[in-house]
Design a protein around this ligand. Structure first.
Ligand code: ATP
Ligand code: MG
Length: 467
């Protein structure tokens, strides 16, 4: 405070001296030429000096206050009301600075809004993304990256999270000047996942030092689909080749050694008919699977009576059940709603579930089918099931049951717990895959529960048709 006053006083005297200098010179000339005595000349100059000092004092004070106000504004502090608004000479400057300040505040609000928007854009990208500085340190990471690595990667060396040599090499190349690199790598913990890593060099020199951007794209599902497709073709060919080989073998035998053996010919023809039937069933199952899959995106909407379909399926399987001393018991609730569905597909669904229950159920045990309105839906039920009434169909057998580790894979094509046994019973291993796709197409849900030694329960929930 004292220093500021002292400076103001010094400036006051300097300015007053400067302003009074023309008068001083004039008085000096008058005194020099003898028109004015030295004493009155000095007195007159001092008087002028005092008047000028008085006049500029308030103006200079205003300028000082203005300088302090602008200084506070520039340092982002609370500047308070603008000073010297009543000083006409300074009012314009104050107004201009005020306008500048308002514009700057607006720009800075716009900038922080844009930065927030960019941040949220990066955070909402589904692919993990890391921004690296020239020393491979992560300077920024989005939410997907934090989720993938299980902790915040920012501030750490990239190798603390990604140690794959091909990725590291690609990153080094881009940091050394290459425009971009791409490579695939596998992460084995906690579960195996395949990623496509893409590294691009960024232009310019941002404040945070970000030089390269590393994006990871999860290819696990694509790779799994590729493998499933390859496996499916291999399995389907294998399933067809086995009966085909048997048929070719018997044809050769009938043409050669057994040509005149009537008894052998009858036996072989019976086996050939069975193998041909097996091939026919396989082709029919493959076709219905592909048909259901093809239409999976459009849910069917006909009104279908589940009771009629289940009764027909049970009737069809009764001979097989009776041969094993089994009984198919239907327990159907009254007043059931109709299903929204495709009759042939639903018939096939019930037929496949009942067929399994009879096939894999123990001799002389019942197969119990219970149909009710669904009161409680499992957590996995989708929107279509939740949006209205639904019907629950439960098929229970008392067979050997299925070990827990097989349950998640039962609906895969050609998956069997006991391949030899299933083949011997004429199964193609496609029954439950067809069931799963039919349930999916009908926007329903399938649950399998089984106890080894006790039996299995297959439960299907299907949406009811609207009234
Ligand atoms: N109710 C069940 N009890 C025990 N195991 C079952 C039962 N249902 C299915 N499985 C097992 O699941 C496997 C797959 O069943 P799925 O219906 O898909 O094929 P499949 O019955 O062998 O052949 P297909 O249905 O074409 O005649 C069966 O091979 C069997 O091992
Ligand atoms: Mg089956």
């Amino acid at each position: 405070m004292i220093r500021r006053n002292a400076v103001s006083l010094g400036r006051l005297i300097t300015v007053a001296l400067l302003l009074s200098s023309p008068t001083g010179i004039m008085l000096l000339v008058l005194a020099g030429t003898g028109h004015l005595a030295p004493l009155p000349a000095v007195a007159a100059w001092l008087l002028v000096l005092a008047v000028l000092a008085f006049m500029v004092r308030s103006h200079l004070g205003g300028l000082d206050a203005l300088a302090r106000w602008i200084h506070r504004l520039a340092h982002g502090g609370e500047a308070g009301p603008a000073p010297c608004r009543d000083d006409v000479a300074l009012a314009e400057t104050v107004a201009a600075v005020g306008g500048l300040r308002r514009m700057w505040q607006q720009k800075s609000a716009e900038l922080s809004e844009a930065a927030r928007w960019n941040e949220s854009l990066l955070d909402n990208l589904p692919d993990p993304l890391l921004l690296l500085d020239p020393g491979r340190r992560v300077v920024r990471a989005n939410r997907a990256a934090t989720r993938l690595f299980g902790r915040e990667p920012t501030g750490h060396d990239m190798t603390a999270f990604l140690r794959d040599p091909t990725v590291m090499e690609a990153v080094e190349e881009v940091l050394a000047g290459a425009a971009s690199r791409e490579c695939e790598f596998t992460q084995s913990v906690p579960v195996e996942r395949v990623f496509l890593a893409r590294i691009d060099r960024l232009e310019g020199l941002p404040a945070d030092g970000g030089t390269a951007i590393l994006t990871l794209h999860d290819l696990t599902t694509v790779k799994r689909m590729e493998r499933m497709r390859a496996d499916f073709v291999a399995n389907a060919s294998h399933e067809l080749r086995t009966p085909l080989a048997a048929l070719s073998g018997f044809i050769e035998t009938l043409r050669g050694p057994a040509r005149d053996d009537d008894e052998a010919r009858d036996r072989f023809l019976a086996i050939m008919a069975e193998q041909a039937g097996r091939m026919g069933r396989l082709v029919a199952d493959l076709l219905s699977l592909s048909r259901v899959e093809l239409n999976e995106h459009t849910p069917p909407s006909e009104r279908v009576d589940p009771v009629r379909l289940l009764t027909t399926a049970a009737e069809g399987l009764r001979p097989l059940a009776q041969a094993k001393g089994m009984d198919i018991r239907l327990d159907i609730a009254d007043g059931l709603a109709a299903l929204a569905g495709q009759p042939d597909e639903l018939a096939q669904l019930f037929q496949n579930l009942l067929d399994n229950a009879v096939k894999y159920g123990r001799d002389a045990t019942p197969v119990e089918v219970r149909v009710t309105a669904a009161t409680r839906l499992p957590a996995a039920a989708g929107a279509a099931l939740r949006s209205g009434p639904a019907v629950m169909i439960e098929v229970r057998d008392h067979g050997e049951g299925i070990a827990r580790e097989h349950l998640p894979r039962l609906t895969e094509r050609f998956y069997r717990v006991d391949t030899a046994r299933s083949r011997k019973m004429g199964g193609t291993g496609l029954g439950l895959a067809i069931v799963k796709h039919i349930v999916n197409r009908h926007r329903g849900l399938l649950a399998i529960d089984s106890e080894v030694g006790e039996g299995s329960v297959f439960t299907v929930w299907l949406p009811a048709a609207p009234e």
